[in-house]
Design a protein around this ligand. Structure first.
Ligand SMILES: [Zn+2]
Length: 296
């Protein structure tokens, strides 16, 4: 089925074409499936053996930064099946771009065709989209990944919980180290900072909940007639922005570093807490750093 005689040089052009399999990479970073379906690979290989090159739709490839090989962003099963069917090339839609484009494309893969996605697949898709565009809104991610907004909120919540668990593990380790030094004040200080971090994170989680409630309110109203709507006087964009700002402010208020002035004993610079927020940390002139610098 090979029509081109492309060699491994940077001579890619965008668009529909036949691409030699040896120029195609299966890079796990751009894989939107939690697990391969070997049944699907076997089925596809059979379809190709029986029906020829046009039996299945073209795969989607991205050439990152003009690299010699292209990565698969949609069609892992088909590429594996083509190899199994003994093909040397495959029909593909080629896109030229960067890693962000590849993440973005992989996030949208399998939303309209292919093996039915599991929840784990959908979570991977959301993760890929957030890698492509960390500032994307839940609405944007939901539309791009073919999932509900609530699903995106749940993913965000889960990843926050995982991060918080990681932070807890780190503090626990620090606590043990501190205990080994038999320094009770150090132990108290670390336990205190862990609590202060968690307290702020709890408030952030509430604001994330408020974002979901706001969406739910408008969702419910969209199915009601005018006189039954609750949100008529709510300026959605303004409230959304306020909630986003609230999250930014709260994140900025979490413990970031041990106080560089007092080393954690407590002083005016750290308001007697022994730690600094990221803003306060950046505000302090470098000359005041006592060498006790310790990003939490
Ligand atoms: Zn201090």
């Amino acid at each position: 089925m090979s029509k081109t005689s492309k060699v491994a040089t940077n001579d890619w052009t965008a668009g529909a074409q036949s691409v030699p399999l040896r120029l195609i990479q299966l890079d796990k970073r751009f894989q939107a499936r939690a697990q391969h379906s070997f049944d699907a690979v076997a089925d596809y290989a059979e379809e190709w053996s029986a029906g020829g090159a046009d039996a299945l739709p073209p795969v989607r490839l991205v050439v990152i930064d003009n690299a010699p090989a292209a990565v698969v962003v949609d069609g892992w099963h088909r590429v594996m099946a083509a190899e199994r069917a003994g093909f040397t090339s495959i029909r593909a839609e080629v896109l030229l771009g960067d890693t962000a484009l590849a993440f973005r494309e992989a996030a949208a893969a399998n939303t309209k065709h292919g093996v039915r996605r599991t929840n784990a697949d959908k979570r991977m898709s959301v993760g890929l989209m957030l890698q492509a565009k960390p500032t994307a809104t839940a609405i944007e991610v939901a539309a791009h990944c073919g999932v509900t907004r609530q699903f995106v909120y749940d993913c965000m919540e889960k990843s926050r919980a995982a991060q918080s668990a990681l932070a807890d593990a780190q503090y626990t380790r620090d606590l043990e180290v501190a205990r080994g030094s038999a320094d009770d004040t150090a132990v108290d200080k670390l336990a205190n900072t862990a609590r202060q971090t968690r307290d702020i994170e709890r408030v952030i989680a509430c604001v994330v909940g408020a974002q979901a409630q706001l969406d739910a309110l408008f969702e419910a109203d969209s199915n009601r007639d005018d006189k039954n709507r609750s949100s008529v006087y709510v300026n959605k964009q303004a409230v959304e922005m306020d909630l986003r700002n609230a999250i930014t402010s709260l994140r900025a208020a979490k413990p970031y570093s041990t106080c560089t002035v007092c080393g954690g004993v407590g002083c005016r610079a750290c308001r007697n807490t022994g730690w600094l927020s990221v803003g306060q940390y950046k505000l302090l002139p470098r000359t005041q750093a006592s060498g006790a610098e310790n990003v939490l």
